[in-house]
Design a protein around this ligand. Structure first.
Ligand code: ADQ
Length: 467
């Protein structure tokens, strides 16, 4: 049984006027759908468009299906729980951006209420012995709430998709004890990296006074023990590779190369989020052009940003600043037949995105902080000819696995990123190939199925250990 903020399927009206459930894009949803159907599972999630709670077999229509239990939220709940506490308090806090945190008592109260509502739905739907797997920072309080509401002793696992900050940073949160106690309601708390797991355990020891055994990952609090582990999430490597090799993508790559005016392409792909370092990245590209006139007319930077959290003011401000910065760079450096920055503010269909990955000589992945960052792994998986260079922020979870063969940068250091771009653009094809081969084998080793198997096995084991 699964609990996530986003629903895995949405209802869409087709041309014939009939309503159908359509699977949402994303690796997690495609990996979990077969698991859920096989286990005859239940997925509980927020229904942004639904007026009332609903239960439906998805996708239905004779296909293998599972039960989707949708929980509706009022507009003011969305404002306080989702845009408020989740995205204006926990999100910036976990990404070390304290000046963006806005801690509102009322947001917290609604976050607590909404977590309880979801926990009620989980308890109602769960059957004897079901494993309940809770996803992400929207539901930090749910593990304990589910435990309190369930009569049987099925396992409860939680996975944190964003970084868990250093204890000194986490301490800033006014409701730090409640959040830790909420998480400790789980049998297993999972993170992307050893470092995040350590930060969480240190916070439990420092803030709660819990007994922690870092080596075995056990946190003991009031007679109950929680297992803490790290499971770096992966992507569906086989599908990415297969699409990357398809003739349709091949012809799209030719089109992209024709359209983009420079000889070489640098690519950025992100949700438009201040944690992704898009502005800083633009400044670095500007610095590259400023210092190296030979790149003018030769190199183009393609930034594709999918709109995100547009109801939150910080995100609207960021969009304005990105628009202005792109305008400034293009205004200063464009010449006949060459535009330095090609900026697209939209989500791309999977095939088109993969064609962009294939067309790019350099991927510039420079978040200020990122739990994992799947774009880095997708770029690598799509480089089926073993060429291309990944420039990667040292503050991503992905840097733990891919740091060695990418060009690692401090995204706050504009000169460092500009130098890294110069280095990447000049890298000899033999070196590119050697690095990319190693990166590709590392991404293939821990794909999405590996993550799923490891996480589920650890969840069962922690429950069986009776911790
Ligand atoms: P996100 O912050 O959303 O995820 P990321 O891991 O990069 O960040 O995943 C973004 C996904 O959206 C990728 O699959 C990417 O292909 C897609 N995407 C981005 N821009 C797009 C565009 N313009 N068009 C189409 N698709 C686009 C959170 C955490 C991450 C963690 C993941 C998974 O913040 O740190 O890696 O969850 O745990």
């Amino acid at each position: 049984m699964l609990l996530s903020n986003r629903e895995p399927f949405t209802k869409k009206k087709s041309k014939d006027g009939e309503e159908r459930w359509v699977q949402k894009a994303g690796g997690l949803v495609s990996a979990l759908t077969p698991v859920m159907t096989q286990a005859d599972g239940v997925w509980v999630a927020w229904a942004p468009d639904a007026g009332e709670a609903s239960r439906a077999m998805v996708p239905g229509g004779g296909e293998p299906s599972f039960l989707l239990r949708s929980v509706p939220l009022s507009q003011s709940e969305v404002r306080r729980y989702y845009q408020g506490f989740a995205n204006r308090a926990l999100w910036p806090l976990c990404h070390y951006l304290l000046d963006r945190c806005d801690f509102q008592e009322q947001d917290w109260e609604v976050y607590r209420r909404v977590n309880a509502r979801f926990a009620d739905a989980v308890a109602e739907e769960s059957r004897e012995g079901d494993l309940v797997w809770i996803q992400d920072y929207h539901f930090c309080l749910a593990p304990r709430m589910v435990r309190e509401r369930r009569r049987d002793r099925g396992a409860i696992a939680y996975f944190h998709h964003v970084p868990f900050p250093a204890a000194q940073v986490f301490r800033v949160l006014p409701w730090r004890e409640d959040v830790l106690l909420g998480l400790l309601g789980a049998d297993l708390v999972g993170f992307h990296s050893k470092n995040y797991a350590k930060n969480f355990m240190t916070s439990c020891a420092d803030i709660l006074g819990a007994q922690v055994d870092e080596a075995s990952g056990q946190v003991l609090w009031q007679g109950r023990s929680t297992q803490v582990g790290w499971f770096p999430i992966g992507i569906d490597v086989d599908t990415h590779e297969a699409i990357a090799r398809s003739p349709e993508v091949e012809s799209q790559v030719t089109e992209i190369r024709k359209k983009v005016s420079g000889e070489k392409i640098i690519l950025g792909v992100d949700r438009l989020d201040y944690t992704k370092g898009i502005l800083e990245r633009l400044y670095a590209f500007e610095r590259l052009l400023e210092r190296n006139p030979s790149y003018r007319g030769e190199v183009s930077f393609v930034q594709i940003a999918v709109p995100s959290r547009t109801a939150v003011e910080d995100y609207r401000n960021l969009k304005r600043k990105v628009d202005e910065t792109v305008g400034r760079i293009n205004g200063q450096y464009s010449r006949l037949g060459w535009t330095p920055v090609s900026y697209q503010y939209r989500g791309l269909p999977k095939e088109e995105l993969i064609a962009q990955y294939r067309a790019a000589d350099v991927a510039l992945v420079t978040p200020l902080r990122d739990g994992m960052n799947l774009v880095a792994k997708e770029y690598v998986a799509c480089r089926v000819e073993d060429d291309g260079v990944l420039v990667l922020s040292e503050f991503t979870g992905a840097a733990e696995e891919l740091g060695r063969d990418s060009v690692l940068v401090n995204p706050y250091n504009i000169n460092d990123v500009a130098n890294a771009l110069d280095f990447a653009l000049k890298m000899h094809p033999d070196e590119q190939r050697a690095r990319m081969r190693r990166l590709r084998s590392r991404v293939a080793l821990r794909d999405i199925d590996w993550w799923l198997d490891e996480s589920l096995r650890a969840a069962q084991a922690s429950a069986e250990a009776g911790v």
